[in-house]
Write a protein that binds this ligand. Structure first.
Ligand SMILES: O=C(O)CCC(=O)C(=O)O
Ligand SMILES: [Fe+2]
Length: 313
């Protein structure tokens, strides 16, 4: 569970302390965002029972026959881009081109909104009969992350940067979300090295005896075990760009050789789809839509991997 001499491999930061503006927690967050780009978050108030139910419901979905799961594949989605929602089978996604297609499956939700904007759905997902409890858990945890955890964390990041707490808020009136359950088969699961592309990611790993997630921080690859009661947070390329590189998005990968399958739950959070962002510190403005469409084009059309995959050593 821990690194050398019991020291966690990544910083462990309390969201309750951040929300209370405790200077030591804010200093820890600043250090983690500048140097690690990846940290454990505790005291986050997410429901443990809900997480367990969501993991179990996702496992049951992935155990369905492939032909059933393919009914929710990209070619069945009606939103734009159609790759933003639904099921992808083994070897369907390539997060790093040199590593080849990933041996994992995934199912993506989002925040569906009318109007036809990019990444706004609608989602074609398995119903209650096929996947009992799955959507109810997914959307209930989505609410907890998007209504509570993320706003508190976003304001803490602004505060840690010596900005007003609400500095990022105008661009998060209607945040954009890719919400993913991933399934890695026993003994052979992979996700190629990449960076996440958004503002930040909240990642929940199924508790297993050995780590499968590896993160490149402070010059070396580290195994990242589950820490009881903690979720992981990693910063994305969009936030790195927003802060002119002051905060770092961090490379990571999954190498899953354990004897049982592994499920993880991720929330890839982006600003409003129409946000035009001016980097703090200067430089040309950019939009959420252009960042996301470029990343999806790289993954699904050009097959060049996710985030800054091509630049990683
Ligand atoms: O499954 C995991 O632990 C991480 C997956 C990941 O990095 C991703 O899907 O972006
Ligand atoms: Fe990732």
């Amino acid at each position: 569970m821990n690194g050398i001499q019991g020291t966690p491999v990544l910083p462990v930061i309390s969201l309750a302390q951040l929300a209370a503006c405790e200077p030591s927690a804010l200093a820890q967050l600043h250090e983690a965002c500048v140097h690690d780009g990846f940290f454990y978050l505790v005291d986050h108030d997410l429901s443990t029972a809900l997480i367990e139910q969501y993991l179990a419901a996702a496992q049951a979905f992935f155990a369905l026959p492939e032909s059933v799961k393919q009914r929710f594949g990209h070619d069945r989605q009606r939103g734009y881009p159609h790759t933003a929602r639904g099921y992808v089978g083994a070897y369907g996604e390539t997060l790093h081109p040199d590593a080849g297609p990933d041996n994992k499956q995934h199912l993506d939700w989002g925040i569906d909104r009318p109007g036809g904007a990019p990444f706004a759905g609608p989602s074609v997902l398995p119903d209650e009969h096929l996947a009992p409890g799955l959507n109810a858990c997914a959307y209930a945890l989505q609410d907890e992350v998007m209504e509570h955890l993320f706003p508190d964390l976003r304001r803490a990041i602004a505060t840690a940067l010596a900005l007003p707490p609400q500095a990022f808020d105008p661009h998060f009136a209607q945040p954009t979300l890719i919400q993913r359950a991933s399934y890695y088969p026993a003994g052979a699961g992979t996700a190629g090295k990449h960076t996440d592309n958004g503002f930040l990611t909240v990642l929940i790993q199924q508790a297993l005896p050995q780590p499968s997630l590896r993160v490149h921080t402070r010059g070396q690859w580290r195994d990242v075990p589950c820490l009881e009661g903690a979720v992981l947070v990693n910063l994305g390329d969009l936030l790195q760009r927003w802060t002119c590189g002051r905060l770092v998005s961090t490379a990571h990968e999954v190498v899953h050789y354990q004897p049982s399958a592994r499920v993880s739950l991720a929330f890839f959070i982006y600003p409003d789809i129409d946000a035009i962002i001016t980097p703090i510190g200067g430089g040309p403005s950019f939009s959420t839509a252009e960042v996301m469409l470029e990343n999806f084009d790289s993954i699904w059309v050009r097959k060049q991997g996710a985030g800054r995959a091509r630049q990683l050593v």
